[in-house]
Design a protein around this ligand. Structure first.
Ligand code: DLL
Length: 436
């Protein structure tokens, strides 16, 4: 297979060249932010660091972190570095608590974003000849418009179908010959199940590749979507604060990790408890500094996402490092009777069991002083109508597998197909009744 690049020179630049670009951009960014944004200046002054202290990429560690609360405290536009007449668009992420996080873009930011998205789609093998079925939600969420502008920049034909109205989506896929599907992985599965119900064979469609992200999904889930939709499924990562989708992207040459577009987004991995930068290859919290954003740059933004960086050169020829699939978030970690549990680990166990469907929910409750975890998971029609003793056997197997991997005893409830609510965007995997 010939590897296609969107911007070959920068994507394959030797590391020294890339690092030199990063340093120039970093110095410029820190000086500009210090001069224009009072809250950043105050934090840097408190840490006794001046823009001139940044002389190497390692000096980045001298700068204070930015956290979600800094964004909330300056809600909605307090951290913007340009006057509002230069801001051409805002997006917002809802979050589960408090005010949404608002982000802004200049005209040039929108162009940069479309560029990294076109680069990401090219990583997945998409070209101007593709019919891109964009089922990410349009609106304040960055998924829809982010993918839309990227697809247009690529020169492909974009179908701005957004999320929902699943039957109509399938008709459109059939009639318009959609070749690239962009959606959350949970919605992609939802589409696959709806096809099965309608008797539509994915082999009769023109779909070739799926660009899925915006929520965690395990390797097993990737195999499941690939099989059910008869496509190659690749992972795309991003977050509104840093830009939206297109911060990192898996290429077709590796199943391990996504290339971070480091000429725009400078990554670090830190110990979430101490804030120390960890040695290369270790797992920790991902932190980003935006190197080219104008309206809403961020210095050392703590994403709360947990991953590790992969420094080995990729077979695709890109020199940009990769980040491994997100394994969890520092804030979605459940602590069940003292044991740390990530929903992604539960998913990993479930998807390894024959007959179990990729639709599940984790319910956490408190009985007296005791936390309990229950896992509700759909099983296939055939299994559900099987003898009670076989269902009990399967229940016990899942319980034992979870206990083995996570060290936690939980209740497992097998439910009928299509009883767990389907998502049109990000799936809600955890119901934590302890907060109520
Ligand atoms: O979800 C941006 C996006 C849209 C990415 C479409 C990819 C595709 P937010 O709504 O701000 O932005 O949510 C960002 O979602 O910090 C991660 O926890 C999670 N996330 C995003 N992509 C992935 C992924 C968009 N590929 C938050 N794997 C991030 C796992 C992901 N988690």
């Amino acid at each position: 297979m010939t590897t296609l690049y969107w911007e070959e020179e920068i994507e394959t630049l030797p590391r020294v060249g890339l690092e030199s670009i990063q340093l120039t951009r970093l110095k410029h960014l820190v000086a500009r932010v210090y001069d224009t944004v009072a809250p950043y200046r105050a934090k840097m002054d408190a840490a006794s660091v001046k823009p001139t202290d940044i002389q190497t990429l390692a000096d980045l560690q001298k700068l204070p972190f930015t956290v979600k609360d800094d964004l909330r405290d300056n809600y909605p536009f307090g951290l913007f570095t340009v006057p509002m007449d230069q801001v051409v668009r805002v997006h917002a992420s809802s979050g589960t608590t408090g005010k949404p996080t608002v982000v802004g873009y200049t005209k040039k930011d929108i162009e940069t974003w479309a560029g990294v998205m076109a680069r990401a789609m090219t990583c997945a093998g998409a070209t101007s000849r593709d019919m891109i079925h964009n089922a990410y939600g349009y609106g304040l969420f960055t998924g829809g418009l982010g993918a839309h502008y990227g697809a247009e920049r690529l020169g492909a034909t974009v179908i701005p179908v957004s999320g929902g109205n699943t039957k109509r989506q399938i008709t459109i896929m059939q009639d318009f010959r959609s070749s690239v599907l962009m959606a959350t992985p949970s919605y992609a599965l939802n589409l696959a199940d709806a096809m099965a119900e309608l008797g539509v064979d994915p082999k009769t469609l023109a779909l070739r590749v799926g660009i899925f992200g915006a929520e965690p999904w395990s390797e097993n889930m990737r195999e499941e979507v690939q099989r059910k939709l008869n496509i190659k499924a690749v992972d795309i990562y991003g977050l509104s604060e840093v830009m939206g989708p297109g911060v990192a992207m898996q290429c077709l040459e590796t199943d391990r990790g996504m290339h971070i577009f480091e000429d725009h987004f400078l990554p670090e991995i830190i110990d979430p408890d101490t804030g120390e930068v960890l040695p290369p290859g270790e797992q920790g919290e991902l932190v980003f500094t935006t190197l080219t954003k104008e309206a809403f740059p961020l210095i050392r933004y703590r994403t709360k996402d947990i991953t590790r960086l992969i420094h080995e050169q990729c077979a695709c020829g890109r020199t940009m490092i990769r980040m491994e699939k997100i394994t969890g978030r520092t804030d979605d970690m459940l602590i069940i009777r003292g044991v740390n549990v990530f929903p992604s680990q539960v998913e990993h166990v479930l998807m390894g069991v024959e007959g179990v469907e990729p639709h599940y929910q984790i319910v956490v409750s408190r009985e007296g002083n005791m936390d309990t975890m229950a896992v509700k998971v759909e099983v296939s029609e055939a299994i559900f109508s099987d003898e009670v003793k076989n269902l009990e056997k399967l229940t016990r197997k899942i319980q034992a597998d979870i206990k083995d991997l996570l060290g936690v005893t939980c209740k497992v409830q097998l439910v009928e197909p299509r009883t767990i609510q389907r998502s049109e965007g990000k799936a809600q995997r955890v119901i934590d009744n302890r907060k109520i």
